[in-house]
Design a protein around this ligand. Structure first.
Ligand code: SF4
Length: 60
């Protein structure tokens, strides 16, 4: 599993960056990106996104 950011929905609002307790999210090239080495899959960032751009993928 991993956290996935839909790059078409992401507006780089930064709410996920603030919400992530692991400092695993950063903004690069105008979209949020996940540092998978830091992410513990807690899912806190999913409801934090005002654009619904973050989801947990069970297939990736
Ligand atoms: S799932 Fe948790 S640790 Fe991973 S990016 Fe989202 S808030 Fe951060």
């Amino acid at each position: 599993m991993k956290i996935v950011v839909d790059q078409k929905k992401c507006r780089a609002a930064g709410a996920c960056v603030v919400a992530c307790p692991e400092d695993a999210i950063f903004i690069s090239d105008g979209v949020a990106k996940i540092d998978e080495s830091r992410c513990d899959l807690d899912g806190i960032c999913i409801p934090a996104c005002p654009h619904g751009a973050i989801r947990l993928s069970e297939t990736d």
